[in-house]
Write a protein that binds this ligand. Sequence first.
Ligand SMILES: [Mg+2]
Length: 242
Amino acid sequence: MKKCMSLFLCLSLYGCAINLDFGFGEEDAKPETNQIKSTPQEIKIPNDIRWVTKSSEYKILCEQTYKNAWDNLSEILNQVNEQSAIIMDLDETVLDNSKYQIGLTEKGESYNPESWSTWVNLEEAELVPGAKKFIDNVRTTNTTIIFLSNRMAKNEKPTIENMKRLNIYDEKDIFLLRIDKADKKHVRRNEVTSGTGRLEQAGPMEVLAYFGDAFHDFPQESETYIFGQNMFMFPNPMYGKW
Ligand SMILES: [Mg+2]
């Protein structure tokens, strides 16, 4: 009988110990479980996008390039008439689309024409640093600004609306957006200088400078145009043909 009592006592104490352990464990575990549920999954923004959106270096480089451009060009731009132009690319030269890139990262997607078109129609692109000040300066001269971009021609309206919101639109500007795959940038550059195609009404233009973020934004093999003098390249580590 004594043995039975001792065994019962032992088992009871052992049971209490187990209960205590479980009890403590559960209380201890709860906050951790709740923490995991309430913390949204962190999405790591890649360095290239972070550099564009967060760094002082990107901002300074863009502003520096636009300042150098104005310092180099202001004298000549102040003397010309409307048949003189500068050709500017739009995306990552004038318009900052880093929000689109962040959206792609968050969705785990890469560039595709459908999501890009949706983005363009949102009209939410921002300004590349220095672009507005430079464009405002050019507006004080008679120089024509030609925006030559691979945005599709069907998206000209939302592009213009976006630029109106950013206060960089003027009705005298010429927009040469892409009609189809064959409508390459060099095709449109030829129309500008020869006054053909979409430039038939405006007539041939003398192009005084080019602005872009990709090699194909600039005339190739030309002795007239020199980077840093009348061709100005902007940094874009987020996408390109490298
Ligand atoms: Mg571009």
